[in-house]
Design a binder for this molecule. Structure first.
Ligand code: ADP
Length: 327
């Protein structure tokens, strides 16, 4: 089976034990492993895909903890580097009453940003492998250059490149810097996942359909537009599909988008997707792929944290079976 590689940050999310309060009023936190690329790799691994994270962790206790958690989640950590030049990244996530979240990041810089391009080996990638990345580690850093090299290597090998812009403005000097970096990397991806909250920010276009279609340039073959509790839409080069969300009691939406992406990429690997037939494959299997990804995202909101809240395959299948029998 082909492999999933994710590149970017792995960090510790500190989650308030009291919800619905501003961060300055929170008195205690629980640690949970996080970072979108790590979450996506963990989700795909949990569903049975061979998954690798490409990152760097600090040579510190937080790095030891994350490495352990990554391995416990079934992600292959053989390409995870360590450094004593910077500490492992930390993020404080404050939760509002409805489970939506705000972030406060500690990284100036964090260890992940120090992964260098010479630490990416093009020989890792094979035809049909998927490389997934986000925007959090596209700030000017060695890691940005490492992303360029990994993307080039994955494509040269015949792999699929997937991008979730995952806008986190507090991490950028300005909103413009963030948008510019996202727009630079977008056309290099075959598949884009973008949420309703991010679409207008990234494209500058308020009409949803026009905005999504504006992303179809360069190598982009498909855009998945996620709409929180309302599910997701998929635009391919020739089709447009929608799938409703699963009604669940959301406790903490951290990692929902990542679980969605991990589920989606896992299904693509199972279906032996390749970059030349990606759009056609999605046209054929859109219903099953979106069902799986939506169920993965929905169930992840019912637990706290990201990796710690990932459902197993059985729970996804039961949720899907419940819907099928209700129809
Ligand atoms: P992100 O987490 O990247 O902001 P979304 O909020 O759109 O992305 O969530 C991604 C996916 O997770 C949705 O498409 C949906 O499948 C699932 N999801 C998110 N929030 C909920 C919710 N409250 N109830 C059910 N499913 C949800």
């Amino acid at each position: 089976m082909s492999r999933l590689y994710t590149i970017g940050e792995m960090l510790i999310d500190f989650i308030p034990l009291q919800t619905g309060r501003p961060l300055h009023e929170v008195t205690s936190f629980k640690r949970a492993p996080g970072g979108a690329p790590a979450n996506v790799a963990a989700a795909a691994a949990k569903y049975g895909s061979p998954s690798y994270l490409l990152t760097k962790l600090g040579q510190d206790a937080f790095g030891d903890y994350l490495l352990q958690e990554l391995q416990n989640a079934g992600v292959n950590a053989e390409h995870v580097r360590r450094t004593d030049e910077a500490g492992t990244g930390l993020a404080f996530v404050s939760l509002k009453e409805n489970g939506e979240r705000d972030f406060s990041f500690y990284r100036n810089p964090s260890a992940d940003l120090l992964l260098r391009e010479d630490e990416i080996d093009p020989a890792w990638f094979a035809p049909g492998d998927i490389l997934h990345f986000g925007s959090v580690d596209l700030v000017d850093s060695p890691m940005k250059t490492a992303h360029r090299k990994a993307i080039r290597a994955a494509k040269t090998a015949g792999g699929i490149v997937s991008f979730d812009p995952n806008v986190r403005l507090p991490l950028w000097r300005s909103a413009d810097d963030c948008r510019r970096a996202i727009l630079e990397f977008l056309p290099a991806a075959h598949l884009i996942k973008i949420s309703d909250e991010e679409l207008e920010f990234v494209t500058g276009i308020s009409d949803t359909e026009t905005a999504i279609l504006s992303l179809m340039r360069g190598d982009v073959q498909a855009v998945v537009y996620t709409r929180g509790a309302d599910g997701a839409e998929l635009y391919t080069r020739s089709g447009r599909y929608a799938a409703p969300g699963f009604p669940v009691k959301a406790l903490d939406t951290t990692g929902a988008g990542d679980a969605f992406v991990g589920g989606l990429l896992h299904r693509l690997l199972e279906l032996n997707a390749d970059p030349d037939r990606l759009s056609a494959l999605l046209d054929r299997h859109h219903a099953d792929i979106l069902l799986f990804a939506n169920a993965s995202g929905a169930l992840t909101t019912t637990g706290s944290g990201a990796i710690s809240a990932l459902p197993d395959r059985g729970a996804i299948e039961s949720l899907i079976a419940g819907r099928s029998s209700a129809v």
